[in-house]
Design a protein around this ligand. Structure first.
Ligand SMILES: [Zn+2]
Ligand SMILES: [Zn+2]
Length: 442
């Protein structure tokens, strides 16, 4: 029973797909521990993801019940929720007994980090939302440690949600080493099942669909990143996963106007932890680069740039607007150096390839926006091909530029926007970076 409670507390789960036997679940339902509800409500809303759009609540001939059922297409990837399936929740809220969480961290915060950390701790003490507005490389994860420790110690259940699996996988080992005595679960699509009651959950925002009134605090990391900012359902999922009146902490290098307006407690860090300014992007025209790749040629200026990096043995990342273009470009770049590799969102080996770049086993990597954030490579030089393309919004450009100059030893680095005409988003990104540098050094 304890195992069942540990698993289900704060969760909303398909009755037929738990890691427990049917008998165990049936008994807990009969004994009144588990509440059961329909997957699709009478108002035609999905009880798991709260989607109620007519386009995605779809009627079908149901083999399960033999009638006409509706199912939710929006959250289908987590197992189908339909009118005749049941969702279960644990009835009683779980009392978390506070115990001392060991806190193993001997790093030091800069003055700005320390101030933000203290301000955040104070907001959480008052149970209020908070926005940490920090430039790429400001060291935002570290400043979360002391407030998280205080919250864990006072018996709060916490979720750190990030929009991308890569970011979740990067955060998880860091938090596990800082809080070695705390049960921490890491959840993403296809993650292995874990045991015990997790007081700290690190999850992709999508995984929050499976929680309900679970957390005393949700930290939304990279609050601006795709897909969170484009999908109101994910914002609803964050809200649903929270207990009543529990706060959200937003962490972002490029917060939306809305976020800046609605969250009144804010900490700003416009200076990197090593004290150097952010590299400012340089513009470089690269006329008709599409045509050029089509006719199997790398534009001359890009060749020159890559050769410079190869000669000086500086690792480089080249961002492309489409996977197609990466595929066209890869064999051409391999003629410059056969070790150059390409990655994109559908590449299962991308972690290994990033590791190879970090270990200097390969000189450079061609990539889609999948590596725009959460990746730190010492002394990396950054080029964006087609910086003017629509897919590259200012926030994405800032993130990609933010890969350069992150370490103490190499605080500078090239950031080149190769373009076919300067876009408004390019200017917006460069102006913002300059303004951070001005404000960070006042
Ligand atoms: Zn749904
Ligand atoms: Zn049915």
């Amino acid at each position: 029973m304890k195992e069942l409670q540990d698993f289900l507390a704060g969760r909303i789960w398909l009755r037929d797909f738990t890691p427990f036997s049917r008998e165990v679940i049936d008994k807990a339902v009969n004994d009144g521990f588990i509440a059961v509800r329909k997957g699709i409500t009478e108002k035609m809303e999905c009880a798991r993801c709260l989607n109620n759009s007519e386009d995605t609540i779809v009627a079908f001939d149901c083999a399960r019940c033999g009638g006409i059922c509706h199912y939710c297409r929006h959250c289908i990837r987590m197992g189908r929720v339909s009118s005749c399936t049941e969702l279960i929740t644990w009835k009683e809220p779980l009392e978390i007994s506070s115990y001392s969480h060991s806190f193993l961290w001997n790093g030091e915060l800069t003055n700005l980090q320390q101030q933000a950390s203290d301000e955040l701790k104070e907001s959480l003490r008052r149970n209020e939302p908070h926005l940490v507005y920090a430039v790429c490389g400001a060291g935002k994860t570290e400043l979360l440690f002391p407030p998280l420790h205080a919250a864990l110690s006072s018996g709060k259940r916490i979720c750190i949600a990030a929009p991308r699996t890569d970011v979740v996988l990067e955060l998880s080992p860091r938090l596990k080493s800082v809080f070695p005595g705390t049960i921490i679960h890491t959840l993403y699509g296809g993650s292995p099942s874990e045991e015990g009651f997790a007081q700290l959950v690190i999850a992709t925002t999508h995984q929050l669909y499976r929680f309900e009134e679970a957390f005393d605090l949700v930290v939304v990391d990279e609050a601006d990143a795709f897909p969170y900012s484009y999908d109101p359902a994910l914002a609803r999922a964050v809200k649903k996963s929270l207990k009543t009146a529990a706060p959200v902490v937003y962490v972002s290098a490029t917060p939306s106007k809305e976020l800046l307006k609605t969250v009144s407690n804010q900490s700003r860090i416009f200076r990197r932890f090593h004290g150097h300014p952010l590299p400012v992007p340089a513009y470089q025209p690269l006329w008709s680069y599409r045509k050029s790749f089509h006719s199997n040629k790398i534009p001359v200026k890009l060749v020159e740039w890559v050769k410079t990096q190869l000669e000086s043995q500086q690792p480089f990342m080249i961002f492309f607007p489409t996977i197609e273009m990466i595929k066209q470009a890869e064999p051409l770049f391999k003629q410059l150096d056969p070790r150059i590799k390409a990655v994109h969102s559908k590449d299962p080996d991308r972690k290994e390839k990033v590791m190879m770049l970090r270990n200097k086993e390969i000189p450079g990597i061609l990539t889609s926006t999948i590596l725009e954030r959460g990746v730190t490579i010492e002394n990396v030089q950054v080029a964006i091909v087609g910086a003017d393309e629509e897919i590259f919004e200012a926030s994405a450009l800032i993130q990609m530029a933010g890969r350069a100059g992150r370490s103490h030893e190499y605080p500078q680095g090239d950031v080149i926007f190769f373009h076919n005409g300067i876009s408004r988003q390019m200017d917006k990104a460069r102006d913002l970076i300059k303004s951070y540098n001005r404000e960070g050094f006042r």
